[in-house]
Design a protein around this ligand. Structure first.
Ligand code: HPA
Length: 273
C-alpha cells in the first residue's frame, strides 16, 4: 500500500475537520448502522467524495463517514465497510483503518453480522469477540512490502482484542441486563454462506461465530498498535443438523432486532473509555 495515498487522504480529512480530532474509530457492520443516530454529528462525508477511498458497493451500506461526539468522546464512525467479497483488495479493505491511525485514533471498535457456530447461541445474541482465526481468508492486508513507518513486519497477535475492553463490555452487559456471549470469530471470504460440512469444520476449528469481515481491519489496527474491540450479532445459526435457508433479509432482520442492545453496549463502553 502506498503511504503517500494514505497521507493524502488523511490530509483531506484533517482539512475537513479543522480542530476536531477524533480519538476513537468505529466501523459498523451489515444492518448495524444506526449507532450514528446517537452521534452529535459535527461533520459527515460520503466515501465517494474522499480521495483514494474505495466506494461501497453493497446497497444497504450507505458509505459515509461521521465525525462527532458519542457519550462525550470524539469519534470517527464508518457507516458501511469494505468487504473482500466485493472485489476490493485487502489493502483497500483496510485503507480507512490506516487513515484512522494517521488521524491519531488509538482505539478501534468494530461490529459485524455473523453466523452462530456455538450451539448454545441464539439468533440475535451479541458476541463480544475475544479472539479470532484469520487464515481462511485467502489474503491478508499485511502481505507485500511492509510500511515500516506504520508497524512491524511480524506483528504480535497475542491479544488482538484488548482484554480490558472485553472485560469492561461484559461487566456493562451484566449491569445493564444485556445478554452477551464471548467467543472466537473466524473469517471467511464469502459471499456465499457455508455448507453444512463447512459449518461443521469451522466449529471443529474452535470458532463460535463466522463472518466475512473484521479480521483484516483488526490485524491492521493491531499492527499499528491500536487497541481493538469487536462485537458480532448472531444473524443466523450455522448448526449443521438444524440448518435453515437464510437470505440477506433474514440476516438484516436479526441484525435490526439486536441493534438497540448492541448500540447501548457500545455507547456505554465508549463512556467508560
Ligand atoms: N456465514 C458467514 N458470514 C455470515 C454469516 C454466516 O452464516 N452470517 C452473517 N455473516
Amino acid at each position: 500500500m502506498d503511504l503517500e495515498k494514505i497521507k493524502e487522504t488523511t490530509d483531506f480529512i484533517k482539512n475537513l475537520l479543522g480542530d476536531f480530532t477524533p480519538e476513537i474509530g468505529i466501523i459498523l457492520g451489515t444492518g448495524l448502522g444506526s449507532l450514528v443516530n446517537d452521534i452529535e454529528v459535527e461533520h459527515t462525508v460520503s466515501y465517494a467524495d474522499i480521495p483514494n477511498f474505495p466506494v461501497s458497493t453493497v446497497e444497504f451500506h450507505s458509505g459515509k463517514l461521521f465525525f462527532g461526539k458519542l457519550s462525550g468522546k470524539k469519534v470517527m464512525c464508518m457507516q458501511g465497510r469494505f468487504h473482500y467479497y466485493e472485489g476490493y483488495t485487502m489493502q483497500q479493505v483496510v485503507f480507512p483503518v490506516r487513515v484512522m491511525k494517521l488521524l491519531g485514533i488509538q482505539t478501534l471498535l468494530v461490529s459485524n453480522a455473523a453466523g452462530g457456530l456455538n450451539p448454545d447461541y441464539q439468533l440475535s445474541d451479541l458476541m463480544v469477540i475475544n479472539d479470532h482465526i484469520s487464515f481462511l481468508m485467502p489474503g491478508n492486508p499485511l502481505i507485500g512490502k511492509n510500511l515500516d513507518e506504520l508497524g512491524d513486519r511480524f506483528p504480535d497477535m497475542c491479544d488482538p482484542y484488548d482484554m480490558d475492553l472485553v472485560k469492561k463490555a461484559l461487566a456493562i452487559a451484566d449491569q445493564q441486563g444485556i445478554k452477551v456471549q464471548a467467543g472466537v470469530y473466524i473469517s471467511v471470504p464469502g459471499p456465499q454462506l457455508e455448507t453444512r460440512a463447512e459449518y461443521r469444520l469451522l466449529r471443529m476449528l474452535g470458532a463460535d461465530a463466522v463472518g466475512m469481515s473484521t479480521v483484516p481491519e483488526i490485524i491492521t489496527a493491531r499492527q499499528m498498535g491500536m487497541k481493538c474491540f469487536g462485537i458480532s450479532v448472531i444473524t443466523d445459526m450455522g448448526i449443521p443438523e438444524a440448518l435453515e435457508k437464510v437470505d440477506i433479509n433474514k440476516i438484516l432482520k436479526a441484525a435490526y432486532a439486536a441493534e438497540p442492545k448492541m448500540t447501548q453496549l457500545i455507547r456505554e463502553l465508549i463512556r467508560d473509555l
